[in-house]
Design a protein around this ligand. Sequence first.
Ligand code: ADP
Ligand code: MG
Length: 327
Amino acid sequence: ETVVNKIAAGEIIVRPANAVKEMLENSLDAGATEISITVKNGGLGMIQIQDNGCGIKKEDLGIVCERFTTSKIDHFEDLTSLTTFGFRGEALASISYIARVKIIARTADSVCAFQMEYGLGRPLGPEKPCAGNMGTIIMVDDFFYNNPTRRMILNAPSEEYIRIQEVVTKYAMRFAHVGFSLKKHGEHVADIRTPSKSTTLDNCKIFFGNSVARELLSIEGLNEKYQCQVQGYVTNANFSLKKYTFLLFINGRAVDCSKLKKCVELLYAVHLPKHSFPFVYLSLELPPGLIDVNVHPTKAEVRFRFEEEIIAFIYETIEQRILTSQE
Ligand code: ADP
Ligand code: MG
């Protein structure tokens, strides 16, 4: 069982940035308004994520790293109407199979925090009372300490750190009301810092610069037939970048959809000179029933029903916006 779990875990959590994404989503699900991440050695040495969300109850600390333990689903039917990021309770379990995990958490009704350490999905001892603010701190040490092959295929820490930066940037764009910070262990200056109660456009200035932010057109559209809503920011057709930036969220989750990405690129190819690219940030809301739940939730590439129709709708919404901005 342990071997199977270890293999499964290594497929879900392939690199430190995957762990960061899962933990960020948990913090957001917990209602956090401040999330601070500290990383050592590109996440291979340590990832620490602290949030001011609802925390974890003392009596739940023992089971959060067990596979299929989730507080986010009560009935199996809920699978078709999910609104939170998590639902399979596999993320923390997987992380605890490939790294050493320690959690410190405090709920609103508790006078102190409790801490617990985990290995291979199980607590390594009883929870211990300790000092701590309301919310949760999760420390992940020694990534792939028990799997040298997996560790070997990872890139240099500096490159793994860049992937973590990309994940934090994406979520800070989408959840601009939440304050994010990301720093390297031992450094005083954060590499990413966004204020809470910010807007996507404000954070766009922080991450991509004023030169991009002032060229953005805001996108908004609703397709009644498929109950699909799109919202976002895209550069206009008189402005181009050397690199294609495409940030996509579906129901609040950062995902990849190579078909949609390609279609939007082709749309801009009509308007932009050769070798120049747009900046595209899109946030879609789809009825959860349209999203294919058989694709593993931690896989970035997403599948949904009526893909062609929905992609066409997004294409047309962006094209219309570009055309009206040129009038
Ligand atoms: P899922 O998100 O699919 O429920 P996870 O393995 O990601 O599964 O998390 C397991 C459980 O641990 C969650 O359902 C939640 O109850 C708890 N949890 C994890 N991280 C946090 C956090 N930052 N704050 C509060 N609860 C958390
Ligand atoms: Mg989760």
